[in-house]
Design a protein around this ligand. Structure first.
Ligand code: ZN
Length: 408
C-alpha cells in the first residue's frame, strides 16, 4: 500500500507532467522593458546628489547597469529630441523640428517616420506609454497610451506649454483606448498631464518668494499624481514594453537653476530664494524611481534616459536675454538647453537588465539619442529598419549578440 501522503505527491507529480510538456512547446516569453524619460536630467546636478547618498535608487541602477552621457541633437528641446529618439532619424526627416512646426504646436500627425512603439506593437509586443512628450493626439498601440507634454487643452495657446488636467484636454484624444479614460479618472483621479508652466516676470515682481513656493508646491502635486498614475498602470495594466516620462525637473531648472551673481540673468530676488529647488527635483525623481523599481524584477530591463541636459546661459546670450525662449516668452529664464551645439548639454543614459554589464561607465559621447530605438528593437530581436540612423549599443551587453527574443 502506498502511504497516503506519498500517493498524493505522486498524483500531483503525474498531474504536473503534461503541464511540463506544454511549457516546453509554449513560446518563450517576450522581454519586459521599462523606459523612464527624465526631461533635461543634468549630470552635473545629480553627481553631488549621488555622492551625498540623496539618490539611492539611481545609485543602485548605476551599480547594477551601464550609464553615461547621451549625445543629443543640435538646439535640443523635448519634441525635437523625443521624436528623434522614437524614430532614430534626424528632426528634418521625422518632421517634428521643435515646439512649433509651420505655425502650430507640434503633434503626432506631423511625424513622418515610424516610431519605435509602433514597430513594437506590430511585432506583437504589448505597449504602454504615459506622459511621454510629443505623443498628442495619442495613436493606437497594442496596449495603451496617455499623452504628455504638448497635450492641448483649456488655455493652451499655440507653442506655449500648458498643464491641462485629463478632463480639460481639447483638440484630440489624450488616452488610447478611449475606454481607459473613465477608468483612470476613477482610479487615479483627474491628474495634470504635463508639468506646470513657468510664471511670467510681471507676475513675479514683488511676490517672488510667495510665487516660487506656490509654484514648487504645484510641481510636487503634479509629481505625486504622476507617481500614482505610473504605479496604477504598472500594477493594473502591465505591458511588455512600458515608456513613462517626467517633465518637472527641466521646467524647474530653466528659472530656478542655482546660479551665482556673475551668471547671465541673475536676479537675487528670484535666484537667491530657493537655491535647493532644482536639486530637490532630482531627489524627488529618485523617489518616483523607487516606486517604479518595485515593478522591476531580475528579468526586467530598465532604461532611464534624458533627452538633453540643462546649463546656465552662456556669455553670448547676454545681448539678447530673450533669445532662449523655448518655453514661453515671458519667463525670466536663466538656464537652457537649446544651444546650437547640442554637445554643450548632453543627455544621460542608464540601463540595467538581463545580460547588461554591471557598473559600466560609457565614456565620451559615443552613445546618442539615435541609438535608443535600435537598442530597444535589439532587445526584442527585431531587425533595425534601414531609415534608422543610430546603432545598437552593443558595448553595454555582456555578449555582442544578446538577443533575448529569437529573431523573426
Ligand atoms: Zn526645457
Amino acid at each position: 500500500m502506498v502511504p497516503r501522503k506519498l500517493s498524493l505527491l505522486l498524483s500531483v507529480f503525474l498531474l504536473a507532467l503534461p503541464l511540463f510538456g506544454q511549457q516546453q512547446i509554449a513560446p518563450k516569453p517576450k522581454p519586459r522593458v521599462i523606459v523612464v524619460g527624465v526631461n533635461g536630467m543634468e549630470l552635473d546636478m545629480i553627481r553631488p546628489l549621488l555622492l551625498k547618498g540623496q539618490m539611492p535608487n539611481l545609485a543602485s541602477v548605476i551599480e547594477r547597469g551601464a550609464y553615461g552621457k547621451l549625445r543629443t541633437v543640435s538646439a535640443p528641446n523635448c519634441p525635437r529630441v523625443y521624436s528623434t529618439l522614437f524614430t532614430s532619424t534626424n528632426p528634418e526627416e521625422h518632421g517634428v523640428t521643435g515646439f512649433i512646426v509651420g505655425g502650430i504646436t507640434a503633434n503626432t500627425n506631423m511625424l513622418k517616420e515610424e516610431p519605435v512603439w509602433s514597430m513594437l506593437s506590430k511585432g506583437g509586443i504589448t505597449v504602454g506609454m504615459a506622459n511621454v512628450p510629443a505623443t498628442f493626439p495619442v495613436m493606437p498601440v497594442n496596449g495603451y497610451m496617455i499623452s504628455g507634454m504638448l497635450t492641448r487643452g483649456k488655455n493652451c495657446e499655440d507653442g506655449v506649454l500648458c498643464a491641462p488636467k485629463l478632463s480639460e484636454v481639447m483638440g484630440g484624444d489624450a488616452v488610447y483606448p478611449k475606454s481607459m479614460q473613465p477608468e483612470l479618472l476613477k482610479n487615479v483621479g483627474d491628474f495634470y498631464i504635463d508639468c506646470e508652466r513657468m510664471p511670467a516676470a510681471g507676475d513675479l515682481k514683488g511676490h517672488e518668494t510667495e510665487l516660487i513656493d506656490k509654484w514648487l508646491g504645484k510641481v510636487q502635486l503634479i509629481r505625486e499624481q504622476q507617481t500614482k498614475l505610473f504605479d496604477y498602470l504598472l500594477t493594473a495594466h502591465p505591458t511588455e514594453f512600458t515608456f513613462l516620462a517626467q517633465s518637472c525637473e527641466d521646467r524647474t531648472g530653466h528659472w530656478l537653476y542655482p546660479i551665482t551673481p556673475f551668471n547671465v540673468g541673475y536676479n537675487p530676488s528670484v535666484n537667491n530664494v530657493r537655491l535647493e529647488a532644482f536639486p530637490n527635483q532630482y531627489i524627488a525623481f529618485d523617489k518616483v524611481l523607487g516606486s517604479i523599481l518595485k515593478h522591476v524584477d531580475e528579468n526586467t530591463y530598465l532604461v532611464i534616459f534624458s533627452d538633453h541636459g540643462i546649463k546656465p546661459l552662456r556669455e553670448f546670450e547676454e545681448k539678447d536675454p530673450h533669445a532662449h525662449m523655448d518655453h514661453e516668452k515671458t519667463t525670466p529664464v536663466i538656464a537652457k538647453h537649446d544651444f546650437a551645439d547640442g554637445d554643450d548639454v548632453p543627455g544621460s543614459f542608464f540601463a540595467m537588465g538581463p545580460g547588461i554589464k554591471h557598473d559600466l561607465r560609457l565614456m565620451g559621447l559615443a552613445a546618442s539619442v539615435y541609438d535608443v530605438a535600435p537598442t530597444l528593437l535589439h532587445i526584442y530581436g527585431i531587425e533595425q529598419p534601414k531609415q534608422m540612423r543610430g546603432r545598437i549599443l552593443t558595448e553595454i551587453f555582456e555578449t555582442p549578440d544578446n538577443r533575448v527574443a529569437v529573431k523573426k
